[in-house]
Design a protein around this ligand. Structure first.
Ligand SMILES: Nc1ncnc2c1ncn2[C@@H]1O[C@H](COP(=O)(O)OP(=O)(O)OP(=O)(O)O)[C@@H](O)[C@H]1O
Length: 596
């Protein structure tokens, strides 16, 4: 999919087809026994409720004319018992279905989240995170009503309708046939509006997704927004998106709102015809119509349309749910491009030799980023990657952890192509510190331990000491147990870097990758940190990306990358002697430091 943003509707890559409804039944299947139980008790209740008008008919035609008081009392008690049973079954049904609906939703949401965790970086590069979030939270919520009540209600409504028709037939066949004439009209109407209704709901799901994406983006960028006094502009953008959502909503529900008046009209017309005919038959004494028949029939007519209306509104909810389901299943079906080969082996314990062989790579097919990158690094060596902004430094190390697939070429670790090993066994032996020092909500201890979930408190503290983070952590109100929020907003940029540095070290990696690990750290701390780091880097292969060249001077080898190609390669002294791009960069930083 092309890159998407908050004001661009997402195109649906695979249209919903009825087979996907079967997938929904896969989630429902484990609950089928419970559902059958609910259906049975609901049907019993529905059948019992049909007795009411019949009892009334007997009372009116037999007991009242004969002044049979004890018969009337018996019928009243019977009716009371019927009502009681109906109330109890309804309660059981509500409880069971709420439980089943929530269980199914939990399962779908879990599958979605598990899959999202596996999707490669490229998936997240292409769309706003708010649009992903809305699928996991809102769209799944939106199908909850369909699952918790819709299916069961429809089945019981269907049976109720059959019961009603049977009871009506037992009273008067001709009147029943008149009543049934309204159904084809309604079905024809539903079929006519189906296409428009479906596209209206799809449009609505897009608008809700756009709105959500913008809200998420605005919250993430609130500091920049307020710094640049963009609140009003942002509010205007929000208003437009919210307006689009409102219009889409009105359009979508417009079709739903047409249904109820239509049913009312059909019901009113057929009922009037039945009354006119029924009364004339009663007066003329034809077709066996009595007062009791008419009263009982009138009662059944009023019940006849209720299940039909319910089923029509279930059909509406189904169309709504389909527009959300197709998005949910689209996400679950999103291919995991970066995945283990079918015959992938477990990466043996890494020794530390790394080789890039003629690597070509692009994020987007038409825009090549790395061109013919080749280099070899031996165990324990430290390789620095330097070069201008956007040159491709981070891209190189992203490929080493297999966050993306190569266009061509090979990356070998200890002579093994990283495509042939499982991703888990590969990444678990690497310590990666990315440019974005992300902090999760929780304690500082939790955040460092993210690098190695089985590390002891002592090991966490040791890692923090190595990167000179211990002192500032101890100055916080609860030391290592101080709570930080998502993104670590209460920490300085340098403190966040030190925590993620400690996190990378705690993994005790065979290969350590540091992307701008110390860019926000003061020089004094950096010098202190360098000592600990030198000890730590011994016998470990490491890749260090840095703009501040003082931090990488001692690396075994320095690669100068520009426009996705390695331009120069050698030790600091060699590159200075060579007098190329690296020397120029080094001298410009040196002069800058002297002049300041
Ligand atoms: N996810 C992405 N999708 C598309 N293009 C990308 C993506 N990430 C980076 N790029 C592009 O790839 C090129 C190399 O980016 P990279 O992040 O590797 O540069 P860098 O040398 O690490 O830069 P810096 O020093 O600024 O961190 C840049 O032109 C960038 O625009």
């Amino acid at each position: 999919m092309a890159r998407n943003k908050y004001d661009v509707d997402e195109s649906l890559e695979t249209q919903f087809d009825v087979n996907q409804l079967k997938r929904l039944f896969h989630y429902i299947k484990p609950y089928r026994n419970k559902m059958i139980f609910v259906i049975i008790i609901m049907l019993t209740a529905s059948a019992l409720s049909m007795l009411g008008p019949k009892l009334l008919m007997v009372v009116m035609d037999n007991y009242i004319p004969n002044e049979n008081i004890s018969g009337i009392v018996k019928m009243s008690i019977l009716y009371l018992i019927v009502v009681l049973v109906i109330v109890i079954t309804l309660r059981i049904k509500i409880k069971c279905m709420a439980q089943i609906g929530q269980d199914i939703i939990h399962q779908i949401r879990r599958d979605l989240f598990v899959h999202l965790q596996e999707l490669p970086f490229s998936y997240y590069d292409d769309r706003p995170h708010g649009k992903i979030q809305v699928r996991v939270v809102n769209y799944v919520n939106n199908i909850s009503d369909l699952l918790s009540n819709g299916i069961i209600n429809t089945i019981t409504d269907l049976f109720s309708l059959v019961f009603i028709i049977i009871f009506m037939l037992t009273i008067n066949v001709k009147l029943t046939l008149i009543c049934l004439c309204g159904i084809p009209v309604m079905v024809a109407f539903l079929i006519t509006i189906k296409k428009k209704q479906r596209s209206a709901w799809q449009k609505l799901s897009n608008k809700s997704s756009n709105l959500n994406a913008y809200i998420a983006e605005s919250m993430n960028g609130i500091r920049v927004t307020q710094s640049f006094v963009r609140e009003e502009t942002n509010s205007n953008i929000f208003n437009t998106l919210s307006d689009n959502y409102r219009s889409a909503w009105m359009e979508a529900v417009h079709y739903n709102f047409m249904l109820s008046p239509l049913v009312d009209n059909i019901s009113a017309i057929t009922t009037s015809i039945i009354y006119v005919l029924g009364i004339s038959w009663l007066v003329g004494g034809v077709n066996g119509v009595t007062i009791g028949t008419l009263v009982a029939f009138a009662s059944y007519i009023s019940r006849f349309w209720a299940p039909i209306t319910n089923m029509a509104s279930f059909y509406n909810s189904l169309l709504t749910a389909i527009s959300y389901l197709e998005r949910i299943f689209e996400t679950i079906d999103e291919p995991v491009d970066v995945k283990d080969a079918p015959d992938a082996i477990t990466m043996p314990p890494i020794y530390g030799d790394v080789e890039f062989k003629n690597v070509y790579f692009s994020y987007e097919k038409e825009n090549p980023i790395l061109r013919n990158v080749s280099f070899k690094i031996n165990k324990g060596e430290s390789y620095a990657i330097v070069g201008p902004t956007g040159a491709g430094k981070t891209t190189i190390i992203n490929l080493l952890s297999r966050f993306y697939n190569l266009d061509s070429g090979q990356i070998l670790i200890d002579g093994i192509d990283i495509n042939t090993v499982t991703i888990k066994s590969l990444r678990s032996q690497m310590g990666v510190m990315l440019q974005d020092s992300f902090i999760f909500s929780g304690t500082i201890m939790d955040n460092i331990r993210y690098g190695n979930m089985i590390a002891t408190d002592e090991e966490v503290i040791e890692a923090a000491k190595t990167v000179c983070a211990h002192d500032f952590i101890m100055q916080m109100e609860n030391g290592y147990l101080t709570e930080v929020n998502e993104r670590g907003n209460r920490l300085s940029a340098g403190q966040r870097q030190l925590i993620s540095f400690a996190r990378a070290l705690l993994a005790n990696p065979k290969i350590l990758i540091l992307d701008e690990a110390t860019s926000s750290i003061d020089t004094e701390t950096e010098i202190a940190l360098q000592e600990g780091l030198n000890r730590l880097l011994k016998n470990r292969t490491s890749f260090i990306i840095a703009h501040r060249l003082s931090t990488i001077k001692n690396s075994t080898c320095i690669m100068y990358v520009d426009k996705g190609e390695i331009i120069e390669k050698g030790s600091h002294d060699e590159l200075i002697r060579y007098g190329g791009e690296y020397k120029e960069l080094y001298m410009s930083q040196y002069k800058f430091l002297l002049n300041n």
